[in-house]
Design a protein around this ligand. Structure first.
Ligand code: PD2
Ligand code: ZN
Length: 535
């Protein structure tokens, strides 16, 4: 009896384990696509180097579409050649039907044609067209930008508008900060921006973008499958604007659609138009969107009072090597201490660093003070980077020695070098390079907080991308080969808030940098902790 109940208990336990396993697998299967999707996210817009791949992808897709057109054309050409021959025979029969079929030759041929040939025509018509080209698009679908990419791209363009005080009109025409570029946005581009802003309830600004869409639609044909049907496109967009209650934008489009389609006598459309006119009249007037300026934005726009250069000198100490090859050092700010080293990396060294990093760039992350987690992808830092070990090769070892010469600090215990490339509007919002977290401040932490930063510029930037310190109203331009150095901590080990800084959005160009954050504890003798001032 007892044995039976034990067996039953074991069986029940086995069944429960089995059900739990099934449930676990079920959950894993449900979550799997989400995880797979996350792994696929490529953050295309966050690095110029990464976006080059997209240019190649677009060219390949267009080539594929062109070969699809060739296949269509081949089929069309067969039809164009054969249909007149068929028509010729049919016309002959149609002209004297009875007489035609009275002739046994004609009758035979007609019956044979209808019995045999039309099955072939049916097969010809059913033959799948361009399936290899469709398969090609399917194969490359995973490489296309995702909805998150699109959202980030809209956010990026809006950031440029915002930080640099640009106008929608100028952006659309390729006039960036007073410089005219051979680039412009089309109706679908401006529509995407409007939709993005509308989604985030920035309606007045969305209207400005939509007004550009409307203007462009009335002037140009769209490069989309239904682009040829002008009035259909106009009507479609007018309806979309009506749905979003942008009546004043919809009205001229509706008018244009009526004229284009020659539908001025279409009573349904005319009455719809009258209703929209009424709604447009009642709609609040378009106001220019309100613009705010922050200290950070003023810095990015070069609106701080011009700084006077303090001191330039050759740095011969502390290492014997510097006596032979001194560094060109410029003191930029005394409190907090910020210096620049000019031509500290050669173009050859920079080229090698970029080649090393280029294929390995991954989206950069930030420390999330809410969750206490490192490694969070956030819109506050949009770039791609690669951690490069200082012991990687002779070049990195040489650079590590140079950093020690520049700073007088030991690099053991500090994180690797990080090479970074910024993309469309790539920026790093205001932050400090020290963390001030309990784990780092604790006396038992082997590294301590980040005592100092060395920021190398690996490229010039055509427009934007400056490094800005709003609390001390200082801004520094990227210059290929230059490095900035500053202390993040006061002598007593607490964070120096004046060093709060950010990277302005890149307006035009590909910004490359490399950073070495230096940790505190190994510098016990190089920069001993003092109880004194936090000034
Ligand atoms: O790219 C920069 O200019 C920049 C500015 C501020 C980079 C960082 N901080 C950083 O990576 O910490
Ligand atoms: Zn920083």
């Amino acid at each position: 009896m007892k044995q039976k109940s034990i067996n039953r208990t074991i069986k029940r336990a086995q069944l429960m384990r089995y059900l739990w396993t099934l449930l676990y697998i079920g959950i894993a299967l449900i979550l799997c696509p989400i995880r797979a999707k996350a792994a696929m996210e490529q953050s295309h817009s966050t690095s110029v180097a990464g976006m080059v791949k997209l240019v190649l992808l677009e060219a390949k897709l267009i080539e594929n579409l062109s070969s699809y057109a060739d296949e269509l054309e081949k089929k069309l050409n067969i039809l164009k050649r054969v249909v007149p021959l068929l028509q010729e025979k049919s016309n002959k029969a149609m002209s004297q039907m009875e007489q035609y079929v009275s002739n046994p030759i004609n009758a035979f041929s007609l019956i044979r044609r209808l019995h045999k040939d039309w099955n072939k025509w049916k097969l010809f018509m059913e033959e799948p067209l361009g399936s290899s080209q469709v398969a090609y698009v399917n194969e490359h679908k995973a490489q296309l930008p995702s909805p998150t990419d699109m959202d980030e791209t809209c956010q990026g363009l809006h950031r440029l508008y915002d930080v640099y005080n640009l106008t929608v009109k100028d952006i659309v025409r390729g006039l960036i900060n007073g410089k005219q570029y051979n680039a412009s946005l089309g109706a679908l581009d401006t529509y995407a921006m409007g939709k993005y802003l509308d989604h985030y309830r920035i309606r007045d600004l969305a209207s400005e973008w939509f007004a550009e869409t409307s203007k462009s639609l009335m002037q140009h044909t769209l490069p989309i499958p239904m682009g040829g049907e002008r009035q259909q496109v106009l009507q479609l967009f007018a309806r979309a604007f009506i749905k979003q209650k942008h009546y004043t934008i919809a009205l001229p489009l509706l008018d244009h659609a009526l004229i284009k389609g020659n539908k001025t006598n279409n009573s349904d459309l005319l009455s719809e138009r009258a209703q929209i006119e009424e709604l447009a009249r009642a709609a609040p007037k378009l106001r220019p969107s309100i613009r705010y300026t922050t200290d950070y934005a003023r810095g990015c726009r070069s609106q701080y009072v011009q700084q006077t250069n303090l001191i330039c000198k050759y740095k011969f100490r502390p290492s014997p090597f510097l006596r032979l090859a001194p560094l060109k050092m410029e003191v930029l700010v005394v409190k907090p201490f910020i210096v620049a080293f000019h031509d500290v990396l050669s173009p050859h060294e920079i080229g090698e660093l970029q080649q090393l990093a280029m294929p390995l760039l991954k989206r950069t992350t930030v420390y999330d003070s809410n969750s206490g987690l490192h490694g969070s992808v956030k819109g506050t830092r949009t770039s791609k980077g690669f951690w490069l070990s200082r012991s990687h090769n002779n070049l990195t070892k040489r650079i590590a020695r140079r950093i020690s010469d520049m700073t007088g600090f030991h690099l053991e215990g500090s994180t690797s070098l990080q090479v970074m490339n910024y993309g469309l509007s790539g920026h790093y919002a205001l932050h400090t390079d020290y963390f001030n977290t309990t784990e780092l401040i604790a006396p038992e932490s082997p590294t301590g907080d980040r005592i100092a930063t060395v920021l190398f510029y690996l490229s010039d930037v055509e427009q934007g991308g400056d490094t800005v310190f709003p609390r001390i109203e200082q801004v520094f331009k990227p210059e290929r080969g230059k490095a900035l150095f500053w202390y993040n901590l006061h002598r007593n080990g607490t964070g120096d808030k004046r060093t709060q800084h950010g990277a302005c959005p890149v307006l035009v160009g590909s910004k490359w940098i490399m950073t070495q954050w230096i940790n505190e504890r190994p510098q016990l003798f190089a920069r001993p902790c003092l109880r004194e001032s936090t000034k």
